[in-house]
Ligand binder design. Structure first.
Ligand code: GDP
Ligand code: MG
Length: 672
């Protein structure tokens, strides 16, 4: 039984009710009030409070009888008005919570009248406050309108259409993302491949650049290429649920070999479980050495066919347009192995590739159709935006009436620019589109509030899931100060895990934690292990926003202890470090007696006398110890807060430099 389901047939008299104001889950606070179950319609809801308190039946019915009278009286009045043809009866859609203002808007009534009506019912609210659907329903009835209840969970129900049967599925073109190190020739290769398109040649050239395009080969087969600007974008899209890429083409310049971003691309592709095809580019160059590239790739577990492995590799030159047909063949071969299929005979679903606000045309989104056929005039919901498709344009600038699976198109007519990576779906009417987007917008606000007020502590959540047997894998990103530590941690973690739960290191690297690491962890529902390194500001903010747990360590066995406990579904350690604050070293003084004193500015939190400190240089820990002195001007002080300057020195450590950051912490004991 679904409480508050969408049910239009329910205009029968209601049981006794009483207005309720509840604070939205995490929204604007409203005075708390008791919640009483509605005996009639919402029978599925068991009201504990009412059951325990044995709610006074008499008072309740008295109040409700009075309201009932009042309602009847108004109803009669309204009936009269209506028969005079003055009053319009509206169908008011009510979500689970609504602001008074929005409720007024939906009834086309002045806000103050709504507030007054609520006051009469004993509910004291302002126009901006949120009331629940039960209360709102009473108000709507008072105003003589009809109610249609929409429950949270109902809104998204049935949005993603039914699963397709085997017979309905037809082959679709592969969707390919090109990745690789900067200057290895990604853009050149994309351009060169684009010129192999027979359709483009027929259409008289390429007219515009959009983030995705489809190439039709002389054989009539097609390949879709996505032009993601960075590896983060690829993973960010995946984190949002848009697994849009079937195949990754890894571009490696034959004269340069495997470089940092090559490795990053490999880790992103592997984390996404997407097969890789290696394009060894720039073979026209004098220093080109394709075999060196193949050899270097071995280190990252990419074994090409000539090395006895499974990964297809093709030597190409984007500049000279050499072997582009071979690369395309390789892509089609890989696609065949993957058996890529979709049902074109259904309403469309897909993903937003990119979007922007165009001065003349309004919001423009490039979308990739993944299922079904998208048609001009249809109503789509993309993330928290919606609209009727006014026009559909392909990568050759041609207007389309319909788009089949794997085709990227620009769509015009959305209410705003949706976020890249959001899924899109066609819905039956505007009403539905509005419901969904309103619901999503509310959810989004809710999530933002939640992220600000309480960090969810992914590790605790993970622990709960492991204990419940719902999680079988702990995915971790390891970042360390030196390669040796990263490797050591990798080895230690590899030994953990048991039959029930496995530990998977999705990436391990050296240096500060960046947004890319957070995205990667987020996409795999994993956590980040920071060994003697810190997150940069952007990464820290992102991790908070996305609730990705970053665990800081400086002793290897603590890493293994923590993760082992996690794997075994046990509780976290008893001693836990509590972050206090950051101080930036602005100046270093050499004082004869005391040695080096750092003139600092507290950028975050507080610094306390005698607290534990770590000295960070470029977000890497170079020293750990204790504070020996904390001064404001000439005086010793207990504590200095953010926004103030102070002088501090370290116990037994002198290598302080301008620009270094001092991280302060204390150790607290947490009850298990
Ligand atoms: P991206 O940063 O990976 O997108 O690389 P670009 O496509 O911008 O290429 C970087 C540079 O390499 C440009 O100057 C290209 O002209 C050059 N380049 C790309 N492909 C080739 C190739 O196959 N051969 C040679 N000789 N140069 C190439
Ligand atoms: Mg480029």
């Amino acid at each position: 039984l679904k409480p508050g389901g969408r049910d239009e047939e329910e205009d029968a008299p209601r049981g006794p009710r009483r207005p309720i104001v509840t604070a939205p889950k995490r929204g604007t606070p409203v005075a708390p009030a008791k919640k009483i179950g509605d005996g009639n319609r919402r029978a599925g809801r068991i009201d504990v409070q009412a059951a325990i308190a044995g709610e006074d039946e008499k008072t309740r019915s008295l109040a409700s009888v009075r309201r009932q009278r009042e309602r009847e009286r108004r109803q009669a009045e309204l009936e009269k008005l209506r028969s005079d043809g003055v009053k319009v009866v509206r169908e008011v859609v009510l979500p689970e919570t609504i602001t008074v203002q929005e409720l007024a808007n939906r009834m086309a009534a002045p806000g103050r009248d709504v507030v007054r009506a609520l006051m009469k019912m004993g509910v004291m609210v302002t126009i901006t406050q949120v009331i629940d659907a039960d209360t709102a329903e009473l108000v709507v009835q008072e105003f003589g309108h009809k109610v249609r209840r929409v429950s949270d969970s109902d809104v998204e129900l049935g949005l993603a259409g039914e699963a397709d049967s085997d017979e309905e599925l037809q082959a679709r073109p592969p969707v390919v993302t090109i990745m690789g190190h900067v200057d290895h020739g990604k853009t050149s290769l994309l351009d060169a491949l684009r010129h192999t398109d027979v359709a483009a040649r027929e259409a008289g050239g390429i007219t515009q650049h959009i983030g995705a395009y489809q190439v039709t080969l002389p054989s009539g087969q097609a390949i879709t290429f996505l032009d993601t600007p960075g590896h983060e974008a690829f993973t960010a899209m995946r984190a949002r649920g848009a697994a849009s890429t079937d195949i990754v083409v890894l571009v490696v310049a034959a004269d340069d070999g495997v470089m940092p971003q090559t490795i990053e691309a490999i880790k992103h592709a592997k984390a996404a479980n997407v097969p890789i095809i290696v394009a060894i580019n720039k073979i026209d160059r004098p220093g080109a050495d394709a075999n060196r590239v193949r050899n270097e790739l071995l280190q990252y577990e990419i074994v090409t066919e000539s090395m006895g492995g499974e990964t297809i590799d093709v030597e190409v030159s984007a500049l000279k347009k050499t072997n582009l047909d071979k690369l395309e063949e390789a892509i089609l071969l890989q696609a065949e192995v993957l058996e890529l299929r979709a049902n074109p005979e259904r309403s469309a679903e897909g993903a937003v590739i990119e979007s922007r606000l165009d001065k003349g045309r309004g919001p423009v989104a490039t979308v990739l159709v993944q299922k079904g056929t998208l048609r001009q005039g249809e109503i789509v919901v993309a993330g928290a935006q919606w609209g009727r498709i006014r026009a559909m344009i392909n990568d050759k600038g041609a207007q389309l009436k319909e788009a089949l699976p794997s085709l990227p198109v620009e769509i015009l007519g959305l209410s705003g620019a949706p976020t890249a990576g959001e899924p899109f779906v066609v819905v039956e009417n505007e009403q539905r589109a509005r419901e969904i987007t309103e619901y999503r917008a509310a959810k989004l606000r809710e999530r933002q509030v939640a992220a600000q007020t309480a960090l969810r502590g992914t590790m605790e959540e993970m622990l709960a899931r492991i204990q419940a047997g719902a999680q079988k894998e702990v995915a971790v990103v390891v970042k360390a100060d030196v390669q040796g530590s990263a490797e050591a941690i990798g080895v230690v973690l590899g030994k953990l895990g048991n039959e029930e739960v496995r530990v998977r290191v999705i990436y391990s690297g050296v240096g500060q934690i960046t947004e890319s690491d957070v995205q990667l962890a987020k996409a795999s529902d994993g956590l980040i292990i920071a060994f003697n390194v810190r997150a940069n500001v952007q990464a820290r903010e992102l991790s908070q926003r996305e609730a990705v747990d970053i665990r800081y360590y400086s002793i290897i066995y603590e890493v293994s202890d923590d993760i082992e406990k996690l794997v075994k579904g046990k509780l976290s350690p008893v001693h836990r470090e509590k972050f206090l604050g950051y101080a930036e070293i602005r100046q270093v003084f050499n004082i004869t007696k005391t040695g080096k004193v750092a003139g600092c500015y507290i950028t975050e939190g507080v610094v306390k006398r005698g607290c534990g400190v770590r000295l960070l240089r470029d977000n890497v820990v170079i020293h750990q110890g204790e504070l020996s002195q904390l001064k404001r001007f000439k005086d010793d002080v207990k504590e200095v807060a953010r926004g103030y300057e102070c002088g501090l020195s370290f116990a037994g450590y002198q290598d302080l430099r301008e620009g270094d950051v001092v991280e302060c912490y204390e150790t607290e004991i947490v009850a298990p």
